[in-house]
Design a protein. Structure first.
Length: 120
């Protein structure tokens, strides 16, 4: 999570934001939001950045953990399903690799930014 200072209508604000795959999650004043860009608008030529940590994009409950320590995963594979704001969110691997750590269990309540899975 990165803290981002903003000025809106002359008022200074701070939000927390994190990119998970193509989605941009941001949190302000106790609420969480997600921005999903339309595929047809994206014309990025920048290299994809690998992320070895999967963190909770918002506070919520872990519903399902699809991987175990030592498992081999591929980019885009579902790792964890969490419930937040009465919706389920599937967190996917942003790179292929091996599971180095699983820091959550089904039923856990997690806070924003908690490392859930670590890839190597």
């Amino acid at each position: 999570m990165k803290k981002i200072p903003l000025v809106v209508d002359g008022q200074s604000l701070e939000i927390w934001a994190e990119r998970l795959g193509k989605d941009l999650w941001y949190h302000y004043n106790g609420e969480s939001f997600v921005y999903r860009p339309e595929e047809k608008r994206r014309k990025s030529t920048t290299a994809k950045i690998s992320q070895s940590q999967v963190t909770a994009p918002m506070p919520g409950k872990i519903i399902k953990v699809h991987v175990s320590l030592g498992d081999t995963v591929i980019e885009g594979q579902a790792l964890v399903v969490m419930e937040a704001m009465k919706m389920e969110y599937t967190l996917e691997a942003q790179m292929s690799g091996h599971i180095e750590a699983v820091n959550c269990r089904e039923g856990d309540q997690v806070m924003l930014g908690k490392e859930l899975i670590k890839l190597k």
